[in-house]
Ligand binder design. Structure first.
Ligand code: ATP
Ligand code: MG
Length: 418
């Protein structure tokens, strides 16, 4: 085949697409409970948005973005969105909400694009479900977001570990940063190439280096440098999480490299996954709205990797409630007419109803019913139609009986009750 899909891009067919939709659906249902409204933003933005927010030194901006020049807008370079937060912040400012009504909570859901090395759980187009809250600087808000993630975990029947850290703020971060820089310089000969490149511009990145693990573990910790306000914020957050019964661990290596990230940062991993086990990442970004030209408004958010949660569900084989499936088999035109009408009525019950191809024989249709995993077959031939009845076959028990059409719905509903 000549026209194949691109590397790192996926076709999601049938059950695969369904699991993704299921994760999104459960997350959406949760948003309603938390009174968080949806925001839909473009997939395409000017490259400057990401350069200014995600940052020139980040992996995303320095090597992972899909960019192109636009024919219609001379000189402008566009980028497929690699993450949701910058676009949401831009939209929030552009709508004037930062000044008119700064306290807002949004969720978004959709594809992101990053040119990275494809592997299991890592794709070039992947889906994120994210939440952003503006105008709330209090730790109760941080706690609420983590409780939300724990609610989703419970709802999906998965195993998540929440890892929490605080990066401090403009008051206490400089001393921490200086200590880290000093530490990096002292251990210069032991650092990897990336850390050499990044140390002066972005010393915090040393902490999440996957190569210099031992060095990162022994490096100075932001928690030891927190000013009293940041300490109080972090302790209150931990306290609220304990009160709500949310399990978490403190991990001083959870960092975000950019200055507008402050205080709370967190990552969530799932033990249901292998090497790409991070399922959620998030944190506080109180300086970002201002960096993008808005008012000085606090912000905090997180993004869920939807494919990874779907993979975790698959690995955990977490049972998912599925509606019983009914295959409708009609033989002859008058029966097809009846079956079409009946299918519509049966879909009013908690059932999956599929009218099978009426051009096939009874035998072929029964085979098809098996193949699609139907629990029941409802068969209407000319004789049944004359008696206003149908054969109701329980495909699991291989038993069959005749049921009058006006009783069929209640018979099926009765079967569902058992
Ligand atoms: P990682 O360290 O795995 O590269 P990240 O720090 O780049 O993650 P974020 O940008 O914070 O991740 O995105 C949040 C979540 O989105 C991640 O925890 C992960 O579940 C998911 N994610 C990120 N990149 C990909 C990708 N290329 N394919 C699939 N899911 C991804
Ligand atoms: Mg990444």
């Amino acid at each position: 085949m000549e026209l194949t899909r691109l590397r790192g891009f996926q076709d999601l067919i049938g059950p695969q697409a369904q699991t993704l939709a299921y994760v999104e659906q459960r997350a959406r249902a949760l948003m309603e409970r938390y009174a968080i409204g949806e925001i839909r933003i473009p997939l395409l933005e000017r490259i400057e948005l990401y350069q200014r927010s995600t940052g020139e030194t980040s992996d995303i901006v320095s090597k992972q973005m899909y960019t192109f020049t636009d024919r219609d807008e001379a000189g402008s370079v566009l980028a497929l969105r690699p993450e949701g937060t910058p676009g949401v912040v831009r939209a929030y400012i552009e709508a004037g909400l930062d000044r008119s009504d700064p306290e807002q909570r949004f969720f978004y859901s959709g594809p992101m694009f990053r040119r990275e090395r494809p592997q299991k759980g890592r794709y070039r187009q992947f889906y994120q479900f994210g939440v952003e809250v503006f105008g709330r600087a209090d730790p109760a808000c941080d706690a609420e977001l983590l409780i939300m993630i724990d609610d989703l975990r419970r709802d999906l029947g998965l195993d998540f570990q929440i890892e929490l850290n605080s990066l401090g703020d403009a008051t206490c971060r400089p001393a921490f940063r200086a200590a880290l820089l000093e530490y990096g310089r002292q251990h210069w000969d032991e650092l990897c190439r990336d850390c050499h490149d990044r140390l002066e511009r972005n010393p915090l990145r040393l902490l999440d280096c996957k190569i210099d693990v031992r060095l990162a573990e022994q490096a100075p910790k932001s928690l030891d440098y927190l000013c009293p306000e940041c300490r109080r914020h972090f302790e209150t957050l931990c306290d609220l999480l304990k009160a709500a019964g949310v399990q978490f661990v403190i991990n001083p290596r959870i960092v975000r490299g950019l200055d507008y990230y402050m205080r709370t940062t967190f990552e969530v991993t799932s033990s249901n996954l292998g090497s790409q086990n991070a399922v959620v990442a998030g944190g506080r970004y109180d300086g970002l709205v201002e960096v993008l030209g808005g008012a000085s408004v606090a912000g905090i958010g997180f993004a869920i990797g939807v494919e990874r949660v779907a993979l975790a569900l698959h690995a955990a084989r977490a049972p998912r409630a599925q509606l019983p499936r009914v295959a409708l088999i009609a033989l002859g035109d008058p029966a097809v007419r009846k079956a079409t009408e009946l299918a519509r009525a049966l879909r009013g019950l908690p059932l999956q109803v599929e009218l099978l191809s009426t051009q096939r024989s009874l035998k072929a249709q029964l085979k098809r019913a098996d193949k699609i995993g139907a629990n029941y077959a409802v068969i209407i031939g000319p004789d049944e139609l004359a008696r206003a009845a149908a054969q109701l076959r329980d495909l699991g028990a291989s038993s069959q009986r005749e049921v009058s059409l006006d009783r069929l719905a209640s018979e099926l509903a009765g079967g569902l009750a058992h």
